[in-house]
Design a protein around this ligand. Structure first.
Ligand SMILES: *Cc1c(COP(=O)(O)O)cnc(C)c1O
Length: 523
């Protein structure tokens, strides 16, 4: 019931301020507009503050068809020419309905609450509009990013020759790592002078990437973008613990030999998106070394363990990787986007290099100018490193590690409770901070009925703005998922969420005497 009392009325539109500096805002940002800048920033801070203090639920529950007409009514060719009017509009279209990742009952996807210093860093980096692709556009920003890359590599233990670059996310980091691995594999093919100039060699159809059956879909996407196709990715079965089965990996590799296929990379996941499971990296690494395969570790989710004194050892073996993906915008509590791709040998990044005369000429690189574009898939690129920098320089890495330890503890605590209930089915103990489960009252047996109930539960929670819970499919069955990344979520929050799940689940299943088939569709 407590949820209902927390329903907040929609925020009243903010009143136009009396000293409306709106007109001064109709200009470019610069030293001539500092007064208007201060005023405008102040108004934005007030608006965000109001949104957070008034909207005390993770989501308004709005549906696309409810919001769409408002968008359709707006003519982008007719500006409002007033800051207050445009803030009022953006509040209606966006802020009133924004999903609040900092809310304790947002437990859906891998979105984290973010550190306060990182928010302030964005307030510095954006007005300066620094672009970090070349030294001559960024100066100190380039060195700040480089120092964070070196720090991350050292935390992983990649060695003195390691290097890397910030990216837009784990998807781009995985693409970049697999591009490097592919280009190395192709360069080794007889009679081929390299992909960068000549495209893929004759034998490219034999190339294969191996990764667990529950690794991130960006591996498949990367394979497609790299000209190899989804079919070039061979899924390796997992054991009951959702970690890659090493015997299966070895068997598949032998099978590839027999078929004349050419595996060139294994992607190990350190923290699968659904289960948080960490593949046995040391054993995978041994196999990779024996066969000369590229080992990429996708630590988009588990990367935060690098900062945990208690659980750092879960990442054992990551130091043997040829490349690593780290998503700072997940378990380092940074704003979107903030991610990195790291490699063990810096010269591998040459696969991403193109020298343009106007931007990063070869002689500039030979002189030692640090132009980050030389190792990036992007050209113009945001100064995303500043937020991590300010977080580390103010809060410190240890606190971030502590946040992750807290949510791991929370996942274990709620698992202990659900495990003992006969109306919940929990697939496995949490490996990191997710829990995959479904509500299953004892009188309901059919999978289709259980699915209908859980679907109803999730939709109702969302529509009422009571909580944001994810759903996923495991072996064809629908499950609900908690992804816990908020150290301020308390066990009591999850306990009352579980009670809401039971209440909505009972509604869907009907009263105890009503057969569940009444609500189930198509069974
Ligand atoms: C989130 C995630 C990705 C994708 O990262 P983005 O930052 O969303 O692009 C890749 N791998 C894993 C394991 C992830 O959890």
């Amino acid at each position: 019931m407590r949820y209902d009392t927390e329903f907040a009325p929609a925020i009243r539109p903010i009143a136009a301020s009396t000293d409306d500096a709106g007109e001064n805002l109709l200009t470019l940002f610069g030293d001539h507009s500092l007064d208007a800048y201060r005023h405008g920033m102040q108004r934005c801070v007030e608006l965000v503050g109001r949104t957070l203090s008034h909207n005390r639920r993770p989501f308004s529950g709005v549906e696309p068809q409810e919001l769409q007409p408002e968008l359709e009514a707006i003519d982008l060719d007719r500006p409002l020419e007033s800051l207050e009017a445009s803030l009022e509009e953006i509040q209606r279209l966006y802020l009133d309905h924004a999903v609040h990742f900092h809310d304790p009952r947002y437990v859906a996807h891998l979105n984290c609450p973010i550190t306060l210093p990182s928010v302030l860093a964005e307030a510095i980096a954006t007005p300066l509009n620094t672009a970090v692709e070349t030294w001559d556009q960024s100066a100190g920003a380039t060195l700040i990013e480089q120092k964070l890359i070196d720090w991350t590599s050292a935390r992983i233990g990649l060695g003195d020759d390691a290097d890397g670059v910030f990216t837009s996310g784990g998807t781009q980091s995985n693409l970049m790592a697999l591009m490097i691995a592919r280009d190395n594999a192709c360069a080794a093919m007889p009679g081929h002078a390299g992909n960068r100039h000549h495209g893929l060699p004759q034998g490219y159809r034999a190339l294969r990437i191996l990764t667990s059956e529950i690794s991130h879909f960006s591996v498949q996407k990367a394979a497609a973008l790299l000209g190899l196709g989804y079919d070039a990715v061979i899924p390796v079965p997992c054991g009951d613990d959702k970690r890659m089965d090493i015997a299966a990996l070895a068997a598949i590799l032998e099978d590839c030999d027999a078929q004349g296929l050419q595996p060139f990379a294994v992607v190990a996941t350190a923290g699968t998106t659904d289960f948080g499971s960490i593949d046995p990296i040391p054993r995978i690494s041994t196999i990779c070394r024996q066969r000369g395969l590229w080992l990429h570790v996708d630590a988009a989710y588990g990367g935060g363990l690098l900062l945990s004194t208690r659980y750092r050892h879960w990442l054992a073996g990551i130091e043997q990787a040829d490349s690593v993906t780290i998503d700072y915008h997940k378990t380092f509590f940074q704003p979107v986007s903030c991610s990195a791709c790291l490699v063990r040998k810096r010269h591998q990044l040459r696969h991403a290099t193109y020298h343009a005369d106007y931007l990063n000429p070869r002689d500039q690189a030979e002189e030692g100018t640090p132009d980050l574009v030389n190792k990036s898939l992007q050209t113009t690129r945001r100064f995303d490193a500043l937020k991590l920098w300010m977080t580390l320089r103010t809060l410190g890495a240890e606190r971030l590690g502590g946040y992750l330890e807290t949510v791991i503890g929370l996942a274990r605590a709620i698992h202990r409770q659900l495990q003992h209930r006969d109306d919940f089915e929990v697939l496995m103990a949490p490996a990191l901070s997710t829990l995959v489960f479904r509500y299953r009252p004892s009188h309901v047996d059919e999978d289709a009925d259980i699915e209908a109930i859980n679907r109803h539960v999730r939709q109702t929670l969302s529509r009422r703005g009571e909580a944001a819970v994810a759903a996923t499919r495991v072996e064809g069955r629908l499950y609900l998922k908690f992804t816990l990344l908020n150290p301020h979520t308390r066990l009591e929050d999850l306990e009352s969420l579980v009670e809401r799940i039971v209440a909505h689940g009972k509604d869907a299943a009907g009263a105890p005497n009503v057969p569940p088939a009444v609500v189930a569709s198509g069974s």
